[in-house]
Design a protein around this ligand. Sequence first.
Ligand code: THU
Length: 141
Amino acid sequence: MRRAPKAPAIPAAALMREAARARSRAHAPYSRFPVGAALLARSGRVIQGCNVENASYGLGVCAERAAIFRALSEGERDFVAIAVTGKPGRGAPPCGACRQVLHEFAPKLVVLYRDRRGRLVRRRLDQLLPDAFDFPSRRGR
Ligand code: THU
């Protein structure tokens, strides 16, 4: 009997370290809440992103969206996991807007982040965003 392909192992600790590296490049002078993300593509590449704020507050972008927009722009389309990290001890689950954007490309993405107690949390994106909006004509792809 043919087995389903094995899900790739997620290098959680290494991804969290890459997210922390990305966080060191955040531009967050307004919120003082730098965030870093590391997105693992199925190709094996890890794409980093950080939040980039602006004096016109609403124009800022979160770390997760910075990472996936960069990855898509560079030709990556298939994603396995994302690690997100904020201020140690504060917890940094991805915001709702980032969940929706990530869902467009990878509903089964593994999402890693720390909760407020500093414990590593691992969830599937479709658990974090049940009943995500999907454009009617794209359903059932
Ligand atoms: N932020 C992220 O980068 N990712 C999230 O998922 C939540 C919030 C950023 C946006 C803003 O620059 C700062 O954190 C404070 O909200």
